[in-house]
Design a protein around this ligand. Structure first.
Ligand code: NAD
Length: 498
């Protein structure tokens, strides 16, 4: 059995706490590794290592720091196939989708290669008589990232690449469900020339998370995961005076206006609703057709597409999506479908009993589709995080605009329409952080920032893009005045005592 320890001081080290968790291969249901769960003492060891290494890294000029990122990109490109396979085997998503997970992380590493430019401060000449003023950005010291299971490559890279490029040392606490890829990324960073101690991976559960939140030497915490834990991490980290930005769950709506291209809208719903088995924080989980005729036309096209989704093992390149991450999560998602039926929603496609031939112990579930879901139902209010799409019929545009705006979550939203005015009004009015116009999963590119509103995000600054540089640095402002100097210029006669 493969044992996964921690990555501290530039190398893999075995866990010492005696506690471990099973890592499953969702496509077969087997346990494929045991991951160590760190104690408070092991976290402290990593922090001390990081603290000792950080000043020299901060003093390394930003161009050299960027070169480590460039080399890391080369190494990832060479290892793309094996990383994607490792990711797919531990997470369950298909290999092409796993490559996308890695690629969206790589794009933030590419952004971090611009750190010499991004770190430039401001300068005012002559802010007062003989006075110049300038600002500089300095790293915080040791910072940490706590990440979810659903993007085990992308989200760790979103966190550590900008933080390290800014001159910090980083402690990564990845999800205990799929820790293999984060461990390999840390090794590749060392191979790329990163000094030991600047990127550490400490595996574990609540115990090590709490140790991070309470450690006085950890100056900032970036978290991504479910909303209750995001809120908990935010409160505990900030109570200890740390910087924190914590991103949570979602219930992303897609509005389909009567003038939308229905084929495009259906394609978008199928990909964004069921891709990665719905285990994406930007998955569309609610479709909102506007008007009865739109709803009926949508259902006519959508139902056969959901019925013909191809579920398969993660290594099947032709599968639309693979298994869910664990048996416990599969049971939870099935439980939500049972609940929807009890609540009175109309289950028009039922994938609960899907079995994958030859992989009977895998965590598979067929696509489910609910019609006539009401905003008062729990299946509408809560995040399901599985291959389940709910259709909520809206009377008119204002009704449709109100649904995502009034929902507790506010991560992403999309509108499908051919009407520029409606799209523009929607983008301006909707109370949600990321908006797509005829784009179902509006994940901003690396040089913009990513962040949801309301219960989908706690803290001030977003992830990646310019906000990441602000989050991982503190600004120092210098006001400088020099006494008047000698301005007469060069003297050509031999100096004598005057
Ligand atoms: P999770 O909240 O269970 O776990 C996230 C992290 O928190 C993990 O590292 C885990 O070990 C740790 N953790 C879990 N329970 C804890 C506790 N009681 N105390 C302290 N730490 C704890 O989330 P998950 O199931 O791994 O990921 C799925 C969730 O993440 C979904 O809700 C999804 O919407 C969300 N997500 C959000 C974004 C975003 O950017 N908003 C992106 C991806 C995923």
């Amino acid at each position: 059995m493969r044992e996964i320890g921690h990555f501290i001081g530039g190398k893999q080290v075995p866990g010492k706490s005696g506690r471990t968790a099973d890592v499953f291969q969702p496509m077969t249901g087997e346990v494929i590794a045991k991951v160590a769960l760190a104690s408070k003492g092991e976290l402290r060891e990593a922090v001390e290592n990081a603290k000792a290494a950080q000043p020299a890294w901060a003093a390394t000029n930003p161009q050299r720091r960027a070169r480590v990122m460039m080399k890391f990109l080369e190494l990832i490109a060479k290892e793309m196939d094996s990383l994607a396979e490792l990711l797919a085997r531990e997470h369950g998503k298909t290999i092409p989708d796993a490559k996308g997970d890695i690629q969206r992380g790589v794009e933030v590493v590419e952004f971090a290669c611009g750190i010499p430019h991004l770190l430039k401060g401001e300068f005012t000449e002559g802010a007062g008589p003989g006075i110049d003023m300038y600002s500089i950005r300095q790293p915080l010291g040791v910072v940490a990232g706590i990440t979810p299971f659903n993007f085990p490559a992308m989200i760790p890279m979103w966190k550590f690449a900008p933080a390290i490029a800014c001159g910090n040392a980083f402690i990564l606490k990845p999800s205990e469900r799929d820790p293999g890829v984060p461990m390999r990324l840390a090794e590749l960073m060392i191979e790329a020339g990163l000094p030991a101690g600047i990127l550490n991976v400490v595996n574990g559960d609540k115990e090590v998370v709490d140790a991070i939140l309470d450690d006085p030497d950890v100056k900032a915490v970036g978290f991504v995961g479910s909303s209750p834990i995001a809120q908990y991490v935010y409160s505990r980290a900030t109570a200890h005076g740390k910087r924190a930005h914590c991103f949570g769950g979602a219930k992303n709506h897609m509005i389909i206006m009567p003038d939308a291209d229905m084929d495009q809208a259906v394609d978008a719903l199928i990909g964004a609703g069921y891709g990665s088995a719905g285990e994406r924080c930007m998955a569309v989980s609610v479709a909102v057709p506007v008007g009865k005729a739109t709803a009926d036309a949508l259902m006519d096209k959508l139902v056969p597409r959901v019925e013909s989704l191809k579920v398969g093992p993660s290594t099947d390149l032709s599968a639309d999506y693979g298994p869910l991450v664990t048996k416990a999560h599969l049971d939870k998602v099935r439980g939500y479908v049972d609940l929807g039926v009890q609540e009175g929603a109309k289950l028009v496609v039922d994938g609960r009993n899907f079995k994958m031939q030859g992989y009977e112990n895998g965590f598979y579930m067929g696509g489910c589709l609910f019609d006539e879901v009401q905003p008062t139902m729990r299946i509408y209010k809560e995040e399901i995080f599985g291959p389940v799409l709910s259709v909520v019929r809206a009377k008119d545009y204002n009704d449709a605009l109100r649904l995502p705006s009034e929902h507790e979550y506010g991560n992403g939203v999309a509108i499908y329409t051919r009407d520029g005015d409606a799209a523009r009004d929607f983008a301006s009015q909707v109370n949600v952080g990321m908006v797509g116009i005829n784009v179902p999963i509006p994940v901003p590119l690396a040089y913009y920032t990513f962040g949801g509103w309301k219960a989908s995000g706690f803290g001030d600054l977003n992830q990646h893009g310019p906000d990441a540089v602000r989050f991982y640095t503190k600004t120092k402002t210098v006001t400088s005045r020099w006494p008047s100097g000698i301005k007469e210029g060069a003297e050509f006669s031999i100096p004598t005592m005057k």
